[in-house]
Design a protein around this ligand. Structure first.
Ligand SMILES: Cc1cc2nc3c(=O)[nH]c(=O)nc-3n(C[C@H](O)[C@H](O)[C@H](O)COP(=O)(O)OP(=O)(O)OC[C@H]3O[C@@H](n4cnc5c(N)ncnc54)[C@H](O)[C@@H]3O)c2cc1C
Length: 563
């Protein structure tokens, strides 16, 4: 830090963005991707790695949509077996292995228990068959196979579990992506390393069409300056998740919506269990989870029809009551009503009329508007899970290469290529051998080295490098958390973050902790102001915007949750 309190090499966000928009305007892209969730960024990565010129525009921040609101599991999904979606489960099991390998810092094995209570023989036989099938569909997995635990073993493993009528539990393993937001960021990073232009707070407001009606790109408005640019592309990929019908409203006038939207709510509460649990709600028999997450318990989810703007989705009292009641039934001593915060996401499901929400398939579909509506130049991705995003992106990549007549298409290499932070085999070993010696030189403690390894993987040395160049950046962002200012510098400089919400909620895990950074927001805003040159009015505006952003998450926060 310099004597006037500014950091060395203060970052000029406006200039960075202007360069990006100028490039958007002057280039003719092979593909323009609309939407910066896991699907859009995954597609950008796949296409850029095929050597195509790619642009991606996101109306708010990367991962600000559904992709930051899931249960954070990389799983085949036991529930989909009930729906006979074997193809989906098999693909996702394969993708689980791919992600465990390519992003070992972000995706980790998670031990689950599925407790069984005194229900009928038929019911137990059905679950046993389900578990067998789940294992069979992941025959090539690296994770341990299922195991039946008797009542005594279960209660030893999870002493807080309701013992009344407990028969035993199935133990099995799936994947957890605690910081799914970073999975999105790392896909965008890799795409940009391969030349893709990524613009955030950049909204596609209309499609550009030629005299024959072919879509040739989109008009894109910079949400920060208000400026509008025309982005030209040979092909436009609509990856706007639950916004898909809104985005294509002008193209598909009078046609039926492609999506069915359903809302899912999660509660973040004090840690209530040692392990992850799959449970069946007594109220309606639905499957829900109680999962260890960042030192808390994550409880979810609900599944109710949703209408309106997905950005407005939030928990209701009814959602909260349902989850608290069901979780408490399973873990009577859990403090489920001491809610730290909630989050709600909107599923974009392929529209099927007259089926209950839980029964609608989670399988994605590619909607080629030329085949369905006679509109050339645009393809929409309908639905899809985080787990399968890479495979979806590969499928889109193949379609794009075909449509663009890429005879020299290299094919997808995303099944082999690690994500940018995934160039390591074992995170703990990497921390001990690579990060800890370097971090300790900077006066960081071991917990901070572990934090850097788990959040950034093999990108962590880039964070340390910034701190080595400017020792002021070794300061903690929040006194109670391991994160350091160099992380904020990196995510503003290299990861498209422009606001407090971007850095606290979608680049670092600081805003995902119980107090959501409200305890030290002034301090963080001040540090960010030094980093990026905000004046005091902008600093105040940023704090207001952050408080407004997390307000829907805190409507049910217990008075005891620290603020
Ligand atoms: C409650 C819940 C739990 C889930 N749990 C899991 C799970 O455990 N595991 C799993 O694999 N999957 C899970 N899913 C599914 C998964 O979260 C989604 O399928 C996935 O995140 C969808 O990603 P996406 O990129 O399609 O959509 P999004 O993440 O919503 O991205 C779409 C983006 O498009 C942007 N956009 C919209 N309009 C425009 C425009 N005009 N211009 C520019 N940008 C625009 C939006 O801002 C948004 O960021 C869950 C979903 C929910 C709702």
């Amino acid at each position: 830090m310099t004597s006037n309190g500014r950091f060395c090499g203060s970052i000029d966000i406006t200039a960075q963005r202007e360069r990006g928009f100028a490039e958007l305007e002057r280039t003719e892209f092979d593909a323009l991707i609309i939407g910066g969730g896991i699907v859009g960024t995954g597609i950008a990565r796949d296409l850029a790695l095929r050597g195509l010129r790619v642009a991606l525009v996101e109306q708010r921040d990367l991962a600000s949509g559904t992709s930051s609101r899931p249960t954070r599991l990389i799983h085949g999904g036991l529930r989909y077996l009930e729906m006979f979606d074997f193809g989906l489960v098999r693909t996702d099991m394969r993708e689980r292995e791919v992600l465990l390998r390519l992003a070992p810092h972000l995706v980790q094995p998670l031990r689950f228990l599925m407790p069984m209570y005194g229900r009928g023989v038929l019911y137990r036989a059905k679950l046993q068959a389900g578990m067998q099938l789940y294992d069979a569909l992941s025959f090539d997995k690296s994770l341990p196979t299922r195991q039946w635990l008797n009542r005594r073993q279960v209660l030893r493993a999870e002493p807080g579990l309701n013992p009344v009528d407990l028969q035993g539990a199935w133990q099995f393993y799936d994947g957890q992506v605690s910081l799914v937001e970073r999975l999105v960021i790392e896909n965008a990073l890799d795409a940009s390393l391969e030349g893709a232009v990524i613009a955030t707070h950049a909204s596609a407001t209309a499609f550009v069409r030629d005299e024959l009606g072919v879509v040739r790109g989109a008009l894109v408005r910079d949400g920060m300056s208000g400026r509008e640019v025309r982005v030209q592309a040979r092909l436009t990929i609509n990856a706007t998740g639950p916004w898909l019908d809104m985005t294509t409203a002008g193209l598909r006038r009078g046609r039926k919506p492609l999506l069915r939207l359903t809302k899912g709510v999660h509660l973040v509460v004090p840690s209530a269990t040692r392990h992850a649990h799959v449970l069946f709600a007594r109220n309606d028999g639905r499957l829900f989870f109680v999962i260890p997450w960042l030192g808390y318990s994550l409880v979810g989810t609900t599944d109710t029809d949703f209408h309106g703007d997905p950005a407005e989705a939030a928990a209701t009292q009814e959602d909260v009551d349902y989850l608290v009641e069901e979780a408490r039934r399973a873990f009577p001593n859990g403090q489920f009503d001491r809610i730290h915060y909630t989050y709600a996401g909107v599923r974009a499901l392929v529209r099927v009329e007259s089926t209950s929400t839980g029964k609608v398939s989670r399988k994605h579909a590619l909607h080629d508007h030329s085949r369905r509506e006679g509109i050339e130049g645009i393809v929409s991705v309908v639905g899809g899970k985080v787990t399968g995003y890479r495979a979806i992106a590969e499928e889109v990549g193949e379609l794009v290469a075909r449509k663009l007549g890429q005879t020299d298409d290299r094919g997808s290499i995303t099944q082999q290529r690690p994500l940018p932070g995934g160039h390591l085999d074992d995170v703990d070993a990497y921390v001990e051998q690579e990060l800890w010696p370097r971090a300790s030189q900077l006066g960081l403690d071991h917990g901070q080295a572990q934090h850097l390894g788990r959040v950034y993987g093999s990108l962590a040395p880039r964070v340390l490098q910034l701190a080595e160049q400017d020792p002021g950046l070794t300061e903690r962002v929040c006194p109670e958390q391991p994160g350091i200012l160099a992380e904020l510098a990196r995510c503003v400089r290299d990861e498209w973050a422009v606001s407090l919400g971007d850095v606290l909620l979608r680049r670092t895990p600081i805003g995902l902790h119980a107090c959501q950074a409200l305890n030290c927001l002034d301090r963080i805003a001040e540090r960010m102001a030094h980093l990026v040159g905000w004046d005091s009015a902008e600093q105040a505006r940023q704090m207001d915007a952050y408080r407004r952003e997390i307000e829907p998450m805190r409507r049910y926060s217990a008075a005891t949750t620290p603020v």
